[in-house]
Each structure stands twice: as C-alpha cells, then as structure tokens.
Design a protein around this ligand. Structure first.
Ligand SMILES: Cc1cc2nc3c(=O)[nH]c(=O)nc-3n(C[C@H](O)[C@H](O)[C@H](O)COP(=O)(O)OP(=O)(O)OC[C@H]3O[C@@H](n4cnc5c(N)ncnc54)[C@H](O)[C@@H]3O)c2cc1C
Length: 412
C-alpha cells in the first residue's frame, strides 16, 4: 500500500478538524493540566473516541495495537493543525506519553492487546501510583507491599499525589514484593484497576480549589499474576523504563502525544500580548524580561533536540533525558516569575465583575514544575552520578535487606 504523503495527510487532517471538532475561543486559557475534574475526563474520552473513528488516533502507535503506524512527522503535523481545536489533552500525560510506551516496551502480548487499543479508543485513562506519603524522590524505597497468596498478589499500603486518579480507570503501581532483598531488587510493577473493592481514592483539595491530586489506600486488593508489568522483583527495571519515557515526555520528545496543548502554554507572543495589555511594552525592563524568556525557550528547544538525537544515536546515555527535564523545570519557574512581574498587581487583585486572573494561581503553582516527574534536585543527582559519572551520594540503605532499613513508616 502506498503511504499517504505528509502534505496529503496534513490537508486531510485540516479538513476533518474544521468539520468535526470545536475551535477554541481566541481567548482560551492555555492548557496546563490543572483544574481537571470528572467532566473534563468524560469530554476527553468523547473527543478521543471521535479521533479514533476518523482514523486520527494513536498516529504513531503500531497498527496491531489500534494505532496508525505513522512516523513522528505525521504526529507533529497533526498537532500543528489541531492547535486551535479542542483536543483530548488529558490523555497525553501520563496515558499516551508515559504509560503506553512503557507497556509497549515491557508488556506481554496480552497486556498490549488488552490495553493499548482501549487507550487509543478513548476508553481507558491511566495514572501513575509511584509517590508514597513517606516520600516520592526515593522511588526505590517504596513500602506499599504486594504479597502473593497463591492465586493473586494482595496490595496493601498507600500512594499519593496521583494526578487524576479519581476519574481514571487504571494505574501503574510500584510495590514491594520481597522484603528480604536489597532495596532495588524486591520491587514489582503492577497494572491495577483503580475502582474496585479495597481501593479507596481520596481527592486532595488544593488552595486554588482544584482537586486533581489524589491519595489512595489499598486494603488486600487482589492483583492477578497476569497484571505484573515486566518481571516479578524486577520492578526497578520497569520503573527505569517508565522514568525514561516520563523524562522524554516532559522534554517534549514523545511521538505518542495527541497534539500539543490546545494553545501552547509557553509562547513568547503571550508575554508580548500581556505586556501590551498592561501598557508596558515600551518599558525597557519588560522588554529585557521577554527577550530573556525568548532566549531560554530557544535554548530549551535546542537542548531537547540535541539530547533526543544523542540518546537515539547512543552518543548519550538514556539518563541524559534529565538535562532537558532540569532545564524545562527551571525555565518554567522563571517564566512564571516573569509573567507575574509583567502582569503586576492585576495578577493578585481584580474587579469583582472581571474574570479572575490565572497569573496569580500559576505563580503559586509554579514550584510544581520543580517536583512533578522527579524534583530538580533528583535530576541534578542523576546528571552528576549517571551522566557525568561523579561519585554516588552516601546511602545508609545500600546492600542490606530492605526489611532492615530504618524508616519511620509502618510496613506490613
Ligand atoms: C504536578 C505534579 C504531578 C504529580 N503527579 C504524580 C503522579 O501522577 N503520580 C505520582 O506517583 N506522583 C506524582 N507527583 C509527585 C512527585 O513525583 C513528587 O512530588 C516528587 O517525586 C517529590 O516527592 P515528594 O513530594 O514526596 O518530596 P520528597 O521526596 O519528600 O522530597 C522533598 C524535598 O527533598 C529533596 N530531596 C529528596 N531526596 C533528595 C536527595 N537524595 N538529594 C537531594 N535532594 C533530595 C527533593 O528534591 C524535594 O525538594 C506529582 C507532583 C507534581 C508536583
């Protein structure tokens, strides 16, 4: 069969989008993944189903798992055409860009056939059960436990900060399956159905009114053997794979995203518009700030490209993904600061009749970009130890059975 040319594909996508999806209003707020609820999840599933029926879903996924088997440039072209339309962006992270590629890499044939087409059809939203109340940075220190009872693994413990869990369907969950093994060797990665007896999902109310973060409690939740992702007690390898995809996704390099954000959340044009609206575009300090962001974004884009190509050609180790991840985090924080400064007092106070400014909320939330997907300190650790080969930091839990590691949280 002759492959459709990129131009023909682009035109077909443009025509279909114009006839089938709602356009975003000109003043639509940039998507930032926050303030998401049940209605947004339902809408994202509807939109994803529409894309699937039209043959525009899962563009870079293999055909045998419900995708279109196309090259990344087709996905990029579709993303460009779709920018001004309502898109199911909730599926991007973690469902399509982190979890789906991890299942592609590590899943059994049955797991791939069961879940990937369901994601692409818009039926399954997924989340990550990684962080625990005892700490998220020390992922290998997980104390949520799964014990085999002869038929199933029984999951007990708690996970936290799981984005969107209350209105999602499945999770990838890292749990301890061997307490006699050393820290990194007694873990197993599981596929967990979220809404089932024994799983309690509590939404965490945030200061901005949102509640997309959740904490889950597990009480003897049965997980069938067939839901092990990767190998039993080799969950650290599975987690590494997942983190690799997470770093690639947050660096903007995933070919599996369903378009870019409806409106890019980080354009310099947005800052220029803001400066004009505040009548500050002639202010030389404001112009300097906008130029600084322009430079940072240019360097970020080139860093992503350089590192992505380096990893692909094996010139750089996969852990180098921490470099654009770190740069992106620092850049995101700086951009929030600059936006806040340009917006001035209107970002914290507004007239009753006006719609509230999002700049203030974004500013309060900005530190999240230094935590989600692994904190900047952990990215620096990865770069120093596993990219530059510097000595590893001291650890009191290395080389001893995990059950002997001192901790302040109870274990089962
Ligand atoms: C927007 C967002 C979305 C998220 N989504 C999810 C999700 O879907 N699923 C999920 O499981 N988690 C999620 N998280 C949680 C996130 O992964 C954790 O916040 C992160 O890993 C840090 O863990 P912690 O908050 O428990 O902080 P801790 O691990 O307690 O760390 C506290 C501080 O100490 C520093 N620190 C810790 N250890 C070291 C060290 N060895 N060297 C130097 N500094 C160190 C950290 O950098 C941090 O600044 C999300 C977080 C955010 C902000």
């Amino acid at each position: 069969m002759v492959m459709e040319s990129l131009d023909a594909f682009r035109q077909r996508a443009r025509d279909w989008l114009a006839g089938n999806l709602p356009r975003l209003p000109a003043d639509a707020q940039p998507w930032n993944g926050m303030r998401v609820g049940t209605d947004e999840a339902r809408r994202a599933k509807e939109l994803q189903a529409l894309l699937f029926e039209a043959g525009f879903a899962g563009l870079c996924f293999p055909k045998e798992y419900g995708g279109q088997g196309l090259a990344p440039e087709y996905q990029r072209a579709f993303g460009e055409e779709a920018q001004s339309y309502e898109m199911p962006l909730l599926f991007n992270t973690p469902t399509f860009t982190i979890i789906a590629p991890t299942i592609l890499d590590l899943g059994t044939e049955a797991q791939k056939r069961r879940h990937l087409p369901a994601m692409i059809r818009g039926e399954e939203l997924w989340v990550q059960f990684m962080s625990e109340p005892s700490g998220g940075s020390d992922l290998a220190g997980a104390i949520t436990s799964a014990k085999f009872d002869g038929d199933n693994y029984l999951l007990n413990g708690s996970k936290i900060w799981s984005s969107y869990a209350a209105f999602s369907d499945y999770a990838i969950c890292l749990a301890r399956t061997d307490w006699d093994a050393v820290k990194h060797q007694g873990l197993t990665m599981f596929i967990v159905k979220i809404h089932q007896p024994g799983v309690e999902v509590n939404q965490i109310r945030q200061s901005d009114g949102g509640a997309e973060f959740c904490q889950e409690f597990f009480d003897d939740v049965p997980i069938p053997l067939e839901n092990v992702l990767g190998k039993v007690n080799d969950g650290w390898t599975s987690a590494q794979r997942l983190l690799f995809h997470e770093r690639s996704a947050s660096g903007g390099a995933s070919p599996y995203a369903v378009g870019v954000s409806g409106r890019r959340r980080d354009t310099v044009e947005d800052l220029v518009r803001l400066a004009r609206a505040r009548e500050r575009s002639d202010d030389s300090h404001v112009r300097d700030l906008i130029a600084e962001i322009h430079v940072l974004q240019t360097v970020q884009a080139q860093t992503i490209e350089r590192v992505t190509k380096g990893i692909a050609s094996q010139g750089l180790p996969p852990t180098s993904g921490a470099v654009p991840r770190l740069f992106g985090s620092l850049n995101g924080v700086r951009r929030s600061d600059v936006t806040f400064e340009i917006a001035g007092t209107e970002s914290i106070a507004w007239e009753r009749a006006d719609s509230p400014s999002t700049v203030g909320n974004d500013y309060i939330f900005r530190q999240a970009w230094s935590l989600g997907g692994g904190s900047v300190e952990m990215q620096r650790n990865i770069i120093s130890e596993r990219v530059l080969g510097m000595p590893r930091e001291a650890a009191a839990d290395r080389g001893i059975p995990f059950k002997e590691v001192r901790r302040n949280a109870p274990s089962k």
